[in-house]
Design a protein around this ligand. Sequence first.
Ligand code: DC
Length: 208
Amino acid sequence: MIIAIDGPAASGKGTIARRLAAHYGLPHLDTGLLYRAVGAGALEKAVDFEDVDTLAALAGALDLSALDPESLRAGPIGEAASRVAAIPEVRAKLLMLQQEFAHQPGGAVLDGRDIGTVIAPDAPVKIFVTATPEARAARRHKELVGRGEDVTPESVLDDIRKRDQRDSSRSSAPLIAAADAEIIDNTALDVAASVAAALAIAERRRPR
Ligand code: DC
């Protein structure tokens, strides 16, 4: 069974994906980490964000087993990830990797922006997780401060809005709910309630 979970930055889709993966005993891929790894590589090697060939080469050389989620979740990398994610050549390099992960025997849980629309349009369970930009910014701010980053609530909200705008308006695989996805707006829900809503959807839609 493939479970596709999409949604904007800091919507809680990663938490939901991890909980569903644990519940069903399925492997999980946070596809944002792939774009973050390319973005981090670009920052580290000072690659120009217009240099499509070099960025695509970075994407082509990614090794799934070498991704370090902790370091890739640092603040500035999100912005770089969003920029490289708008480049079709970068997305093309990451497509097969994600499709192979999704279609492994037994299934998988993937979370990202285009899982239900591009990576696994055949997924029986598709969930689009969202919340207001203010609610998502408040969560992200708390997370970043907890990691010791020095950020203001305003700058985090500004960053979330910029990323929403870029992720939704790009021409290649924009952030959009699949027509057959079920939406969870968790603005007013806590983690337990969001996970329970997602589990209820998965139970209803999973093949038996
Ligand atoms: O979910 P995240 O914040 O870790 O994602 C980082 C960036 O990667 C996000 O701004 C958009 C991009 N992304 C994407 O375009 N497609 C995906 N499937 C996952 C992430």
